[in-house]
Design a protein. Structure first.
Length: 97
C-alpha cells in the first residue's frame, strides 16, 4: 500500500473506533511490525510492512494497535481479545496468526 492509502485507512479506523488525537507515523523498523505509544498517542507502523502486505492485513495491524489504546491496556488479555474480536472478522484473526 502507498503511504497516502495507509494514512487514509488509519483515519477511517480512528473514526470507526471513536478515537481522537492519535497520530500515525510510517517509519522503518528493524524488529517490529507496529507499536503504539500511550505517552505520545502515536501509532508507528513499519514502512516495509505497509509495502509488502495487502489492505486487509494492514487494516488488521492498525486495528490491533488502536484497540490497545481504546482499552488503555498494552497487554493481550481477555479484555483486549474480546474488543479486538468484536471489530475483526474471525477469518482475519486466524489469518494473522
Amino acid at each position: 500500500m502507498e503511504r497516502k492509502e495507509v494514512i487514509k485507512l488509519f483515519k477511517e479506523i480512528v473514526k470507526e473506533l471513536g478515537l481522537e488525537g492519535i497520530r500515525i507515523r510510517i517509519v522503518p523498523m528493524k524488529r517490529k511490525i507496529a507499536s503504539f505509544s500511550f505517552k505520545t498517542k502515536t501509532l508507528r507502523v513499519n514502512r516495509r510492512v505497509t509495502e509488502l502486505l495487502d489492505y486487509e492485513l494492514v487494516r488488521y495491524i492498525i486495528l490491533h494497535e488502536l484497540v490497545h489504546f481504546k482499552i488503555n491496556d498494552a497487554n493481550h488479555g481477555k479484555r483486549f481479545l474480546k474488543n479486538l474480536g468484536n471489530i475483526t472478522p474471525k477469518k482475519m484473526r486466524k489469518k494473522s496468526k
